[in-house]
Write a protein that binds this ligand. Structure first.
Ligand code: ZN
Length: 434
C-alpha cells in the first residue's frame, strides 16, 4: 500500500462529520490545508482548492488501537511493522500500540527506539509498549524510566501474567513515577495450563481441555488489589468474563486507577464458533459464552470498558494450519474491527455512533495520555474515514496483513473503512479521488 500526499488545499465534500467531544454529527464538508483542518461544515471551495466527494462516508477523529502485535523484530513472516501499519490504515486506525512480545522483546531502550524509527516511514503512528520484566520472564523489572524516556507509552508482559505479586507490586509503584499504565494479561497459569478453549459445555462436547473463567477472574482480582494498595495505574487487557467485568466496575467505583479494554471477537463471537475446529477461533483469553459477551456490550456502552482494542495477533499458516490443540493462540483484528462494531454494535442498537467513536478514539488515548484528535478548525489532521452503508464480505486473499488467521473470513458486513488522513497524507484501501 502506498500513501498519498494531499494537495495543499483539499475539500472533502458530502461527508458525515462525527466528533462526540464536540457533540458534532452532521453532513457537511471539511477543508484541509497542509495538514490542518481550516473549515468544518459548509465550505465554498475557491479556485485553487481540489475536492474529493466522499458520498456520505463518515469522517471522525482518528481511531487508536491500544493492543496490536506487529511481530517485528523476530517473526517477519507473520507480520512486519510496515504490513501491520498498512493493515491498520486499511482498517481505519491512525495509530496503534505495539506489544513487546517480539524477539528480542521490547525490554531495552534501543529496541523501543528502533521500532519508532522503523515506523516513521508510513502515516500510521506506532507507540511501543515496553516489557514490565527483562525478557518477559517475570523476575526483574526493566529500566522503566529509561524505556519511558525512549518512547514507551505503557508496560506489559502481555502473553503472560506477571506471576510474582511482589514484582507486580513494584511495577505498579513505578507506574506512578513514569506516569504510564501497567497492562495486565490476566491469566493465572496453573488454572489455565493445557487449556485450548473456554471451559464449559462446549469444551466438554468438543473434547478440548478448558481455559476456565476463574483463571482470568483470580488474576484480575489480585492485580486490582495491588493497584488499590499501591495507588498505581492498572489497565486490564482483553477483559472477557462477567466476573472480571464486575470486579473492574467495583474497583472503579472505589476510586482505583484502573481501566479496561475489550476486543471485537469477544463481543461478537462465543465459544460456539469453535465447533468446526477452525484454529482462527483459538485465542487467549478464549471466546466465552453469550452472557459474557452481553456483559461486555453493556460495559462498552457504559464506559466501564473505555477502549475497544483488537489484540491483532498474526500467525503464519505453519502455526495455524495444524490440529486445534497444536495451533498458536491469536487472531487478526485490525481490518475487521470497525465494520464489526458498526454492523453488530451500532447496527443492532447496542451502541450509538458517539459511543463507538469514543471507544475507538478518545478512550484508548486517555488511558495512555496521548493527545486526542478533533474535527475543529485549527486541529492537526488525524482522521478515520469509513462508509456506513458499504456492504462487503471478508476475503482472506485481500488482507493487507501478512497473515490470514481471522475468525471472520467469509462474513458479510455492512460498513467498511476506507482509510485514514494524517497530516498531509492519505493511506487506505481506497484510492483518493481529487
Ligand atoms: Zn494478552
Amino acid at each position: 500500500m502506498e500513501s498519498y500526499i494531499l494537495p495543499d488545499r483539499l475539500c472533502l465534500k458530502n461527508a458525515r462529520l462525527i466528533d462526540p467531544a464536540l457533540n458534532l454529527d452532521q453532513v457537511g464538508d471539511l477543508l484541509l490545508e497542509r495538514g490542518i483542518i481550516t473549515s468544518v461544515g459548509s465550505v465554498s471551495a475557491s479556485g485553487n482548492t481540489l475536492s474529493w466527494n466522499l458520498n456520505g462516508a463518515i469522517i471522525c477523529p482518528g481511531f487508536f488501537d491500544l493492543h496490536v502485535h506487529l511481530r517485528e523484530p523476530g517473526n517477519e513472516v507473520a507480520e512486519t511493522i510496515r504490513s501491520g501499519q498498512e493493515s491498520a490504515a486499511a482498517g481505519g486506525f491512525t495509530a496503534v500500540a505495539a506489544m513487546p512480545n517480539t524477539t528480542p522483546p521490547l525490554d531495552q531502550a534501543g529496541v523501543v527506539r528502533w521500532v519508532i524509527e522503523q515506523a516513521s516511514f508510513f502515516p500510521v503512528s506506532v507507540y511501543p509498549v515496553a516489557a514490565i520484566t527483562r525478557g518477559r520472564k517475570g523476575e526483574e523489572l526493566t529500566e522503566m524510566v529509561e524505556l519511558r524516556q525512549s518512547g514507551a507509552i505503557a508496560f506489559s508482559d502481555d502473553g503472560s501474567w506477571v506471576l510474582s505479586a511482589e514484582v507486580m507490586r513494584r511495577a505498579l509503584e513505578y507506574s506512578l513515577l513514569v506516569d504510564a499504565p501497567i497492562i495486565s494479561h490476566a491469566e493465572e497459569p496453573t488454572l489455565s495450563k493445557g487449556g485450548q478453549m473456554h471451559e464449559g459445555e462446549m469444551s466438554t462436547r468438543l473434547g478440548l481441555p478448558g481455559l476456565p473463567r476463574i483463571s482470568e477472574d483470580v488474576a484480575t482480582l489480585r492485580d486490582l488489589m495491588l493497584a488499590e494498595y499501591t495507588g498505581g495505574r492498572l489497565h486490564l487487557a482483553h477483559v472477557s468474563t462477567s466476573g472480571a467485568l464486575a470486579a473492574l466496575e467495583a474497583a472503579q467505583a472505589r476510586g482505583v486507577k484502573v481501566s479496561g479494554e475489550a476486543t471485537p471477537h469477544h463481543l461478537v463471537l462465543t465459544d460456539g464458533a469453535v465447533v468446526g475446529y477452525d484454529t482462527s477461533t483459538k485465542m487467549k483469553p478464549p471466546l466465552r459464552e453469550a452472557e459474557d459477551a452481553s456483559s461486555l456490550w453493556k460495559a462498552i456502552k457504559s464506559g466501564v470498558i473505555a477502549a475497544i482494542a483488537t489484540d491483532h495477533a498474526p500467525h503464519t499458516s505453519e502455526d495455524k494450519e495444524v490440529p486445534y490443540d497444536e495451533a498458536s493462540f491469536g487472531a487478526l483484528g485490525l481490518e475487521t474491527a470497525v465494520a464489526l462494531l458498526w454492523d453488530h454494535g451500532v447496527g443492532k442498537g447496542l451502541l450509538d455512533p458517539f459511543e463507538m467513536v469514543r471507544r475507538f478514539c478518545h478512550g484508548p488515548r486517555a488511558i495512555v495520555g496521548l493527545p486526542i484528535p478533533a474535527l475543529k478548525e485549527g486541529a492537526p489532521v488525524e482522521l478515520t474515514v469509513f462508509h456506513p452503508d458499504e456492504e462487503w464480505q471478508v476475503d482472506k486473499t485481500r488482507f493487507y496483513s501478512k497473515s490470514v488467521n481471522s475468525p471472520f473470513v467469509g462474513w458479510k458486513l455492512t460498513g467498511r473503512p476506507w482509510g485514514i488522513l494524517k497530516g498531509q497524507r492519505w493511506a487506505g484501501r481506497v484510492e483518493p479521488k481529487f
